[in-house]
Ligand binder design. Structure first.
Ligand code: GLU
Length: 622
């Protein structure tokens, strides 16, 4: 997590970044704890009954933001400071992230904004996931490599982020779109010093494939940008100014739309050709407001992202599978203990097997949500977990009989393809305002840099989200495979993003989520178990080493810091851990988590953020 003193904070903002009206309140903020940043280490555990050592320092805080980049966190804090609510702050954070973390999210992509409105005690999601164009077909990626498809206009989904934010602001915000764009405009216009994460990502080949991208994200001699480079993005600033003045119409029906449509034709893949997006696809794009999937785990309620993400559904399935096991009880069940890690791996393998068959866009395919979450189904899946041995690669189960009495007879579905492993993409941030409204928002252009195609003259990157569809169509009437995530016109590709809120006794406690493709689901599971079973505070839960499996076959990815004895025992059980000259070797970095917390007992508000990125918490005192 990024710790900043005031001098560093202001230096990072840059002299002209924020007008005095924004800086003065931040000075007050800094005075509270001698720092412009409210650390969360050592905060009480989330269970009110367990809360210890709570400090009055932040009680009644006017708001907290937790974001993967300090300048985007500052943009959100500025909006809260100016009286904005959590939705306003979330909008400003997302626009600022488009500038300072352009490789992960922006208006050329999509995302899921989970909102909890305190006054109405209501939780819902604004789904701005990209949609396939009308011309999409199930075989559109058949035979393509991920690299070719994901750097082509062919994989660009109709972007949703801008429409989602505009809709959320109109419905639940308190500020106009233009006000939430102001910090991002300054950052793009005046520039900022890039951090080591962005500098490292400019080595990616995607910064070299298109001239506009290369001109911004490489030096004139073609080399990657060094840390500390002053990155100025005038075209992006102009785009935001245009949107601030004219609203979102230029993007969906005007000049920006025309530029998007032109550039997607530029790069083609094989016989599938160029992008298939049309003016009517862009003009017709619409967001959806969805109800979260919901489940209980040891007295807590978890609300998370429903289809078209697999995130929340898979998270709840894993938690239900794991609930009977005494995770957190000590010995092998302690954090990092062999038994705890073993059952986590098995739950992940079972759930990823089911995920790839049954989950897809519910506006186009029936997703058996009820069946997948039922004990009727999960008991049959849990029966495969033996705490003393590793199961053979599980076939997908068939939840339909538990979903509806009229379900067809169970199918014997084939082994599913191994999920393609990807790296650290996407971003998650969380916001809490003075009124107790939460936003838990995961946002993405899919792969790091998306397609690598920057819209000429407008300065933002276009996503490659359609590569989240099955490359090889899976539908088969004869074996009963629904092809839930086969590509199709207007469909949203299956996501793994899992913005989540944890509740106790009906009250929201923690908003959290993660980046990292399919590992997102496992990261959110790790965090949930750390909080609930291992009794960690939020920062400990985020810092703790993670483990992830995203296929039935079960290749384990893991971070340094897990007990070597446990890892050795997992190998003895037959688990597939990374091998380092004969010993299990964990050295990955899995996802980045940003969270905000309310202690229900004393109302104290704080956050936790991830050192795996430049995660930053800013808490505004009373
Ligand atoms: N496309 C991914 C998803 O929606 C997010 C991008 C990533 O993190 O790989 O789940």
């Amino acid at each position: 997590m990024q710790r900043m003193n005031l001098a560093m904070y202001l230096a990072r903002l840059g002299a002209a970044l924020f007008i005095a009206i924004a800086v003065l309140p931040l000075l007050a903020l800094a005075a509270e704890g001698g720092s412009g940043y409210a650390a969360s280490i050592g905060v009480p555990q989330i269970d009110a009954a367990q809360a210890v050592g709570s400090s009055a320092g932040n009680a009644g805080s006017r708001g907290v933001v937790s974001v993967s980049h300090p300048l985007a966190a500052a943009a959100g804090a500025q909006i809260l400071e100016a009286g904005g609510n959590a939705i306003d702050a979330a909008a400003a954070i997302q626009f600022a992230l488009n500038v300072v973390e352009p490789q992960f999210s922006g208006i050329g992509g999509g995302g899921f904004m989970m909102v909890h409105l305190a006054a109405e005690n209501r939780t819902f999601i604004v789904d701005s996931r990209e949609k396939a164009p009308a011309g999409a077909s199930a075989d559109m990626f058949l035979g393509q490599t991920f690299l070719a498809a994901s750097t082509s206009g062919h994989s660009i989904g109709v972007p949703g982020t801008l429409k989602g934010i505009d809709y959320a602001l109109r419905q639940w915000g308190s500020m106009p779109l233009a006000a939430t764009l102001a910090p991002a405009i300054r950052l793009a216009e005046e520039g900022f010093r890039i951090n080591r994460f962005l500098a490292a990502d400019t080595y990616n080949v995607r910064t070299t494939l298109q001239p506009e991208t290369r001109a911004i994200f490489r030096l004139p001699d073609g080399s990657p940008l060094p840390e500390g480079h002053l990155l100025v993005q005038p075209a992006l600033a102009q785009t935001f100014r245009l949107i601030a003045r004219d609203g979102i119409d230029p993007f969906y029906t005007g000049d920006i739309a025309r530029a998007i449509l032109d550039v997607q034709l530029r790069s083609q893949i094989g016989p599938a050709g160029a992008g298939r997006m049309t003016a009517s696809d862009l003009a017709g794009y619409d967001i959806a407001v969805r109800q979260p999937v919901e489940g209980d785990y040891r007295g807590y309620t978890i609300k998370s992202m429903p289809p078209p993400s697999s995130g929340g559904l898979a998270l709840l399935m894993m938690l239900e599978l794991l609930e009977p096991f005494p995770i957190g009880s000590g010995d092998g069940w302690r954090f990092g203990g062999r038994d705890a890690l073993h059952v986590m791996i098995e739950a992940m393998r079972l759930t990823f097997a089911d995920r790839s068959v049954w989950m897809g866009d519910p506006d186009f395919v029936p997703v058996p949500v009820k069946g997948l979450l039922s004990e009727c189904f999960l008991a049959t899946r849990r029966a495969f977990i033996d705490s003393g041995s590793r199961m053979a690669a599980p076939l997908p189960g068939d939840p339909r009989a538990c979903d509806s009495p009229a379900a067809p007879s169970p199918s014997r579905l084939p082994q599913v393809p191994v999920e393609e492993e990807k790296g650290m993409h996407t971003t998650h941030f969380s916001v809490l305002d003075a009124a107790g409204n939460f936003v838990s928002y995961t946002s993405t252009t899919e792969y790091t840099w998306g397609t690598g195609i920057l819209v000429p003259g407008y300065g933002f990157l276009l996503n490659n989200q359609l590569t989240d569809f099955n490359f090889t169509p899976q539908f088969s009437a004869s074996i009963g495979h629904p092809g839930a995530n086969d590509a199709g016109p207007f469909k949203r590709p299956l996501s793994s993003m899992a913005p989540t809120i944890l509740f106790k006794d009906g009250k929201p406690l923690v908003a959290y989520g993660a980046s990292g493709g399919p590992t997102i689901i496992n990261t959110v599971l790790n965090i949930t178990l750390n909080l609930v079973d291992h009794r960690m505070d939020i920062q400990q839960a985020i810092d703790a080493s993670r483990l992830s499996v995203t296929s039935a076959a079960g290749a384990v990815r893991c971070e340094a810091g897990l007990p070597p004895d446990s890892l050795r025992q997992l190998v003895e059980l037959g688990h597939d851990l990374p091998d380092g000259a004969g010993v299990p070797f964990c050295n990955e970095s899995i996802g980045s988590v940003q969270a905000v917390v309310v202690d229900v007992q004393n109302g104290r508000r704080y956050g936790g953020a991830d050192q795996r990125s430049e995660g930053t918490v800013i808490s505004l005192p009373r």
